[in-house]
Design a protein around this ligand. Structure first.
Ligand code: ADP
Ligand code: ADP
Length: 219
């Protein structure tokens, strides 16, 4: 069975229909690129799949378990442990070092501090940031910050990683470096990946690409 299954998703924002009936299956360890013009519903679909936004109609299931039917508490646990997120603006905590940002995600998922810090150090080293562990986000380049965000998303070994234009604010070369690391590391831990990207090269690194138009998947 696919890892994540969405059926008949509809989401309206007032008079705007952001999703007009989306069916989608994401396989075990599959990477999926979500493309489409601005306003076509990509962010909304990502948020609904991840249980951040509740659909008006339709269902999402992770390994056969309905996500949108869960309580807020259950969904919070899911977001902490089974799902990983990388957002456009990194959204690291500015007062914490790179190591502390990554370790915090593992601690929120239940790991003791010392173990969480060990995992964080391993991930940062793996992503080429061994020498930057002690830096705060404001002391790093945009590409480094986004690689820390990738480490933070993966440190809990999630089942599915969601990334919404995770390097959309960076120059093309840096953006591609971050995306390459994201796609490779996600694959390495056997997670599925859903990544919103406008870059055809990046979409080509994924196993599959789907295009949204006006809230529907282009057949
Ligand atoms: P994309 O990510 O492809 O740019 P979005 O999912 O952000 O598309 O938006 C889809 C449509 O829904 C757009 O018309 C957008 O303006 C609208 N929309 C998204 N979020 C909201 C919101 N919170 N309130 C009102 N309209 C929204
Ligand atoms: P992105 O950088 O992902 O394209 P957007 O600018 O589409 O981000 O949306 C940023 C935030 O604003 C999102 O939380 C989205 O739901 C919300 N939003 C998007 N479009 C609208 C809208 N027309 N009215 C109100 N909120 C919106």
């Amino acid at each position: 069975q696919p890892r994540l299954v969405a059926r008949g998703l509809v989401k309206r924002h007032g008079a705007t229909t952001a999703l007009a009936g989306v069916d989608l299956e994401i396989g075990e360890e599959e990477s999926l690129a979500l493309t489409g013009p601005s306003g076509s519903g990509k962010s909304t679909l990502l948020h609904v799949l991840a249980g951040i936004v509740t659909p008006d109609e339709g269902t999402v299931a992770l390994r056969g378990r309905r996500v949108e039917g869960m309580s807020e508490r259950e969904r919070a646990l899911l977001r902490r442990g089974r799902f990983g997120f990388v957002f456009q603006h990194g959204q690291l905590l500015s007062e914490l070092s790179a190591l502390e940002n990554v370790a915090l995600a593992a601690m929120l998922d239940g790991e003791p501090r010392a173990y969480a810090e060990g995992l964080a150090a391993q991930w940062l080293a793996r992503l080429g940031l061994a020498g930057d562990q002690g830096r705060r986000p404001g002391e790093m380049s945009g590409g480094q910050v986004q690689r820390v965000a990738v480490a933070r998303a993966l440190v809990t070994r999630p089942d599915v990683v969601f990334a919404d234009e995770p390097a959309g604010l960076l120059d093309e070369a840096t953006s591609r470096e971050v995306l390459r690391v994201l796609v490779d590391s996600t694959r390495a831990i056997g997670a599925s990946l859903v990544v919103v990207t406008r870059d055809p090269l990046v979409a080509g690194w994924c196993d599959r690409r789907v295009e949204l138009r006006d809230g529907r998947l282009d057949p």
